[in-house]
Design a protein around this ligand. Structure first.
Ligand code: PNS
Length: 164
């Protein structure tokens, strides 16, 4: 059985993430979506909230599970017996940081491969940060995130907007 890990901060999950997870689930026997901390980002949603939103949006995929892990991605992959990390790659903007992370991970754990999947054209511009900004300023995110994520964003950001 081949297990792949789809890691990310998922703050929150977008339709672009979901597209990558669905396509990965069609290739590998089992997919673990790993909610991890990105030390260069301050998350809007707690780890438990990010995990719950993901669990709901991947509920239709029987070979996908969602977990939270604090620590190095390669340590988590080893713990889970996964030899493949799958990441989505958007346009040019992601390349440099993804290249650095993939090579650092390879140096630490040569037995684990990172594979990149190009985002679908319609999601190539999409990011969690952009969706958060859009909702913060009153925009409608329904084309970019699943409905329950749109509701969670609205709930979370209305307090910020009103300064509470
Ligand atoms: O969705 P993101 O924020 O681009 O995901 C980045 C993430 C969380 C996958 C990355 O920061 C990560 O792997 N964090 C765990 C710590 C780690 O292993 N860092 C990379 C090697 S130093």
């Amino acid at each position: 059985m081949t297990t792949a890990i789809c890691p990310g901060s998922f703050d929150p999950v977008t339709n672009g993430h979901l597209d990558i997870i669905e396509r990965t689930a069609a290739i590998f026997d089992k997919v673990i979506v790993a909610v991890l901390e990105n030390p260069s980002k301050e998350p809007l949603f707690t780890a438990a909230e990010r995990r719950r939103l993901l669990q709901e949006v991947v509920a239709h995929l029987p070979n996908v599970e969602v977990e939270y892990f604090q620590g190095l991605l390669v340590d988590y992959a080893k713990k889970k017996g996964a030899k493949v990390i799958v990441k989505g790659l958007r346009a040019i903007s992601d390349f440099e940081s993804e290249f650095q992370m993939a090579l650092t991970n390879k140096k630490m754990s040569p037995e684990i491969e990172t594979m990149f999947m190009m985002t679908a054209n319609e999601y190539s511009f999409l990011s969690s940060s952009m969706v958060k900004e859009l909702v913060f300023f009153g925009g409608n995110p329904e084309e970019f995130v699943p409905p329950l994520v749109a509701a969670a964003l609205e709930e979370k950001l209305k307090h910020r907007r009103s300064g509470k």
